[in-house]
Design a protein around this ligand. Structure first.
Ligand code: ARG
Length: 451
């Protein structure tokens, strides 16, 4: 039965009811709805808005519902359903629950409570992922690989350094989730339909009972704010961006052309026709799922844009979008972390790949610069040496000292040690540089403990 029958002379059209109903997707707010109602009714009793014993009886029946297998009907939403169910069980007593409350503050409360819980969960998943990254980085502090710009060999780095770059992205994601949680952590309960209430309620009490920092300051804002959905969808979108960049690299690294890693059989798939194939489907699917999450983010922004204060039914559209974002990122994170943890790293191929080109050209120029040659001149001389090598099918390490001296008399026998792959990486120990992975790992692990 609808909660608003009094004014109407006939029942809502069945199709209109189906269209209007959100129960199919907001039933996942069941626990939050009941928990919020228990806090509300307890406060009603404590503030003597309804008799205390009645409040207790209502709270007791609501608590029972949490553990029961409830059968959903054609109610308009989870809030109507729970109230109807309570009234079925308690008669007029159940009809007292909604004193000094509206579904408008109720739904805003439920959603905040639900999303706070989900943020905690996603944050935990991200911490697990960062730990996997640190473990993997520890095993690869000496794995030399090409660093790329424009997908061209640039300068040598270690695989550990590459992995730790991702740990920074995910640390920022953690920060964004935390910010979002903190701003969401205000209770809208008691905002009523839009203007508060004439009953002597205690909003601080319900906020505290439900684990909120404080009540929202303005009742209109309390019921019409969905910024927290947009913020969370934005934070999740960036997590997806980070995962998709990582997945793209994994897809490249797993290809025949790179062969830097091999995915565990448990996280790859085969082809129905090509027996040799081992496909990185999981990584591709995570990359692909960005589309729906960005779509959710856009849907939320568009839904909210131009809405007059306070509540409008448009806002019911918030739930499917934010639920989809939350579900998707959780699924992606829970699959991505073990895929990463189980992949095999082919250190040898990473290293061999560095030997193919002129990845140590900067170091050759730096060698001259360190001996007093102005860097721009050192750069030019090295450029000429590279061109000479390309013409003669050589790499920098193959040239004789006589050949080097053709380009600059500053070259000496110590050039070979200076441009060796090991030296190139070892010497990049400027703060945050390629040879600082160990310090980065220690720092990130420390920050995780405090998080
Ligand atoms: N199902 C509604 C929603 O999700 C609950 C609030 C309904 N309030 C109202 N005045 N119709 O937004």
């Amino acid at each position: 039965m609808a909660l608003w029958n009094g004014r109407f002379s006939k029942k809502i059209n069945a199709q209109a009811n189906d269209f209007n109903s959100s129960l199919a997707f907001d039933k996942r707010l069941l626990n939050e709805d009941i928990t919020g109602s228990i806090a509300h009714v307890t406060m009603l009793g404590d503030c003597e808005i309804i008799p205390k014993d009645e409040a207790k009886a209502i709270a007791k029946e609501l608590a029972k519902m949490i553990d029961e297998e409830l059968v959903f009907d054609d109610s308009e939403d989870i809030h109507s359903f729970i109230e109807n169910e309570l009234t079925k069980r308690l008669g007029d007593l159940g009809r007292k629950l909604h004193t000094a409350r509206s579904r408008n503050d109720q739904v805003a409360l439920d959603l905040r409570m639900y999303l706070k819980k989900e943020i905690d969960y996603i944050g935990g998943q991200i911490k697990d992922l960062i730990n996997v990254l640190c473990d993997l980085a520890e095993q690869n502090e000496d794995s030399v690989m090409p660093g790329f710009t424009h997908l061209q060999h640039a300068q040598p780095i270690t695989f550990a350094h590459h992995l730790m770059a991702y740990s920074q992205m995910f640390m920022r994601d953690l920060g964004r989730l935390k910010d979002c949680f903190n701003r969401m952590n205000e209770s809208p309960l008691g905002s009523g339909a839009l203007a508060g209430t004439t009953h002597p309620i205690d909003r601080h009490k319900t906020a505290e009972m439900l684990g909120f920092n404080k009540p929202c300051e303005n009742s209109l804002d309390g019921v019409s704010d969905r910024d927290y959905c947009v913020e969370l969808a934005g934070a999740i979108s960036l997590i997806m961006v980070h995962l998709s960049r990582f997945c793209e690299e994994i897809i490249l690294w797993a290809s025949q052309e790179y062969k830097y890693i091999e995915l565990d059989d448990g996280f790859a798939t085969g082809s129905s026709i090509m027996p040799q194939k081992k496909n990185p489907d999981i990584a591709e699917l995570i990359r692909g799922k960005c589309g729906r999450v960005f779509g959710d983010n856009t849907a939320l922004l568009t839904m909210l844009k131009g809405l007059p204060l306070a509540y409008n039914k448009d806002m019911q559209e918030d739930k499917e979008a934010i639920f989809d974002s939350v579900d998707t990122v959780k699924m992606c994170l829970s699959t991505f972390a073990p895929m990463l943890a189980t992949m095999r790293v082919n250190k040898e191929n990473m290293r061999k790949s560095c030997e193919k080109g002129f990845i140590n050209a900067t170091d050759c120029a730096d060698y001259l610069a360190k001996k007093g040659v102005p860097f721009r001149k050192a750069y030019e001389a090295t450029g000429k040496i590279v061109a000479y090598c390309i013409e003669n099918g050589k790499v920098l390490d193959d040239l004789s000292i006589e050949e080097y001296r053709e380009f600059s008399t500053v070259f000496d026998n110590d050039v070979y040690a200076a441009i060796s792959l090991e030296a190139c990486v070892r010497q990049r120990n400027s703060y945050g540089g390629a040879n600082t992975a160990a310090a980065q790992i220690a720092k990130v692990r420390g920050e995780l403990i405090g998080n």
